[in-house]
Write a protein that binds this ligand. Structure first.
Ligand SMILES: [Zn+2]
Length: 109
């Protein structure tokens, strides 16, 4: 077998595993806690969040990653065909300065 082909199958397998893990997590959110989470993030924001070193504009301190939950609505929802009644949250991710506690939105970076 060609090395490129092997690499392709390995990548494919990893993608499938990631999707399965996500699907299982979402299902357990639905049945155990009756809470669901949505988040909106662009590729550019993922890069800013995970790969770039960001510094506070005021104290020049390295920013740390942080998350916040925001309640959206309570009601019926459906994830992967599982219907449940529960609370829906939006997850907001941002960067925070550990010194002055200033928050930086990803879209502003
Ligand atoms: Zn700061």
């Amino acid at each position: 077998m060609d090395i490129d082909l092997i690499l392709f199958f390995v990548v494919l397998l990893v993608i499938i595993i990631v999707i399965l893990v996500f699907a299982m997590n979402y299902k357990s959110f639905g049945s155990k806690y009756n809470r669901s989470y949505v988040t909106e993030i662009s590729i550019k924001e993922i890069k800013a969040y995970y790969f770039k070193k960001q510094y506070c504009k005021e104290c020049n301190q390295r920013l740390v990653r942080a998350k916040e939950k925001e309640f959206i609505v309570e009601g019926w929802d459906s994830i992967n065909g599982t219907h449940f009644y529960g609370k829906k949250y939006r997850v907001i991710i941002f960067l925070k300065c550990p010194i002055c506690m200033k928050k930086y939105k990803l879209e502003d970076l």
